[in-house]
Write a protein that binds this ligand. Structure first.
Ligand code: ADP
Ligand code: MG
Length: 480
C-alpha cells in the first residue's frame, strides 16, 4: 500500500440510495482527510453521518462514487481487510468475558502468540488509562470505563484510522466532557487518523482539527472549528453551530444592511438590494442605554449562565438573544448596537419574506388579530383532525396556544395598495431600492415588523400602504 500518499482517505462523489424506499441518505459527498487528522462529521440526527462512516468501514457500499485509502480504491474491499476500526455508541462488550478476553477477542482470530497478545492488551489498557484491569469483569466498570475498553479493543488492531460513531452519547455530561479531553489526548499520542461522528456542536468544536457540517445527506461546510464558527457559509450552519440570532435582511447601500428594525454598517460588500440572511452571535451584541443604540427593545428574559447572562430582548416583532456581563432586569428598555465585524452576511438562498403568527383556539393563524386560513395538519408532523381538535401522532390533543407558525411569502407576491385597510397589515415605506425592472421596498408594519416587498410601481419614502398577502401564495412551517 502507498503509505506516502498525502491524504489517507478520499471520498469521491459518494452517494448512497437505499433500494427499499429510494431514500438518498448521502448525496455527492466529496472529502479528503489528511493523515493523522481529527475530522468530525457534525449534523442533526438522520443527516447521513453513520451511513458515511459505514461506507468508510466497509459495512455498507456506496451506490456510486469511490473511496480511496492511501491512494488506492477500497470501495468494495471487505471490512476486515481495511486498516480501520470502529467504536460505536453502544459499547457492545461481551458481558461474560473479562476485560482481557474482550480486548484480545479479535487478536485470537489472527495467528499471534500468547505473549504477544498479552503485551498488546497491556499496551492498549495503558493507552486508555486502565492499566491492570485485565482480570476485571465488564459488570464492575462504569459507563465511561466500558467505553474506554471499547476504544482499547478497537486500538489493539493498530488501525491507521479509528472511526468513532457518537462514542460518548450514552455517557452523562460530566463523564462526556472528561472523555472528550482524553480522546483528544489519545489522538495526539497515537498520531493516527480519527473520524468522529457527533450531533453535538460543542463536542465537535472542542475536539476537531476539521469539521464537516452535514444536513440531509449533503456537506454544508468543511473547515476548522474557528472558520465554521466565525464564517458560517449559510443560515443552516450558523444556526447549527453555536447560538445565533438569524434575521432576514436587505442590503441598503455600500456595506450597509437593514435588519431587525435598524440599519447597520457591515464588512461585507454585497450589492444594494440583495436579500440576505444576517447572523449575529449573542456575544457580539453591545447593550447600551435605551436611547443610544441603533435599535432598542424590552428585556423579556434574563438567565444566569455562570460567566455571563443570557438576555432576551424583544424589539418590535424581532427577538435578540444577547450574552453580556451586564444585568438588566426583565421589563427594562435597553438599546442595542453592533460593530461591523459582529455582523455576518450571507446571501439568502430563498428570496422570501417571513413572519410569525399565533394560533387561535380553532386552529387558525392569527396575525395581529387578522385571521389567516391554514391547514395545520400539513404543518405539524403526524397531526390529524379529531372532531373539533387536532391530535398528534400519539393521540394527544395539541394545545393551540403553545404553537407559533412561520409564514413565508415571496416579496413579489405581496401587493401594495393605497387603501391601507385592504390587506392583512399596513405600514410605512422606510426604504426603497431600484432593482432594474422593479423596486424593492422595506415596509415597516404598524406592529414594528419590516416586510420586504417587490413592486413595479414607484411609491415614495414614508408612504403608508396596505399590504395584501394572498393566502394561496403563503407557505407555512412550525416554529421549533
Ligand atoms: P445519522 O447517523 O446522521 O443520524 P444515518 O446515516 O443513520 O443518519 O441515516 C441517514 C438516513 O438514512 C436516515 O433518514 C435513515 O432513516 C436512512 N437510513 C439509514 N439506513 C437505512 C436503511 N438501511 N434503509 C433505508 N433507510 C435508511
Ligand atoms: Mg448515526
Amino acid at each position: 500500500m502507498e503509505k506516502n500518499a498525502p491524504n489517507i482517505i478520499e471520498l469521491q462523489n459518494i452517494s448512497r440510495v437505499f433500494d427499499d424506499n429510494g431514500y438518498v441518505a448521502v448525496q455527492d459527498f466529496n472529502l479528503t482527510i489528511g493523515r493523522g487528522e481529527f475530522v468530525t462529521f457534525l449534523g442533526p440526527s438522520g443527516c447521513g453521518k453513520t451511513t458515511t462512516l459505514r461506507m468508510i468501514a466497509g459495512f455498507d457500499l456506496p451506490t456510486s462514487g469511490q473511496i480511496l485509502l492511501n491512494g488506492e480504491d477500497i470501495t468494495r474491499l471487505a471490512p476486515n481487510k481495511r486498516p480501520i476500526n470502529t467504536v460505536f455508541q453502544r459499547y457492545a462488550l461481551f458481558p461474560h468475558m473479562n476485560i482481557f478476553d474482550n480486548i484480545a477477542f479479535g487478536l485470537k482470530l489472527k495467528k499471534i502468540s500468547r505473549e504477544e497478545i498479552i503485551r498488546k492488551v497491556k499496551r492498549v489498557l495503558d493507552l486508555v488509562d486502565l492499566e491492570g484491569f485485565e482480570d476485571r469483569s465488564v459488570a464492575t466498570l462504569s459507563g465511561g470505563q466500558q467505553q474506554r475498553i471499547a476504544i482499547a479493543r478497537a486500538l489493539v488492531n493498530e488501525p491507521q484510522i479509528l472511526l468513532l460513531d457518537e462514542p460518548l452519547g450514552a455517557l452523562d455530561l460530566k463523564m462526556r466532557k472528561e472523555m472528550q479531553l482524553e480522546l483528544k489526548a489519545m489522538h495526539e499520542r497515537l498520531g493516527i487518523t480519527f473520524i468522529y461522528v457527533t450531533h453535538d456542536q460543542e463536542e465537535a468544536l472542542t475536539m476537531s482539527d476539521k469539521i464537516v457540517v452535514m444536513s440531509n445527506g449533503k456537506i454544508q461546510q468543511i473547515g476548522a472549528p474557528e472558520d465554521i464558527y466565525n464564517e458560517p457559509i449559510n443560515a443552516f450552519v450558523a444556526d447549527f453551530i453555536g447560538e445565533s440570532n438569524i434575521f432576514k435582511g436587505i442590503m441598503t447601500g455600500e456595506k450597509k444592511v437593514r435588519f431587525c428594525g435598524g440599519e447597520f454598517l457591515c464588512m461585507d460588500d454585497v450589492p444594494e438590494g440583495t436579500l440576505v440572511d444576517v447572523v449575529v452571535r449573542p456575544e457580539d451584541v453591545i447593550l447600551t442605554g435605551a436611547e443610544e443604540g441603533t435599535i432598542s427593545g424590552k428585556v423579556t428574559d434574563v438567565i444566569f449562565k455562570g460567566i455571563h447572562y443570557e438576555i432576551t430582548v424583544e424589539s418590535g416583532k424581532y427577538e435578540m438573544v444577547i450574552q453580556s456581563t451586564k444585568t438588566p432586569k426583565v421589563g427594562d428598555t435597553v438599546g442595542m448596537d453592533l460593530e461591523p465585524d459582529g455582523i455576518h452576511i450571507m446571501i439568502a438562498e430563498d428570496h422570501i419574506t417571513r413572519f410569525e403568527a399565533a394560533v387561535t383556539g380553532d386552529y387558525q393563524l392569527d396575525y395581529n388579530g387578522r385571521i389567516i386560513h391554514c391547514d395545520l395538519t400539513t404543518v405539524i408532523p403526524g397531526a390529524r383532525r379529531q372532531g373539533e381538535v387536532l391530535v398528534d401522532g400519539s393521540g394527544q390533543v395539541i394545545d393551540p396556544s403553545r404553537l407559533r407558525v412561520h409564514v413565508s411569502i415571496e416579496p413579489g407576491d405581496i401587493q401594495m395598495s393605497d387603501d391601507v385597510e385592504a390587506g392583512l397589515t399596513r405600514g410605512h415605506i422606510i426604504n426603497l431600492i431600484y432593482k432594474g425592472d422593479h423596486y424593492c421596498y422595506v415596509v415597516r408594519t404598524e406592529h414594528g415588523h419590516d416586510l420586504i416587498v417587490d413592486d413595479e410601481y414607484l411609491w415614495n419614502m414614508g408612504d403608508m400602504v396596505g399590504l395584501i398577502l394572498p393566502q394561496e401564495k403563503m407557505t407555512f412551517s412550525l416554529k421549533k
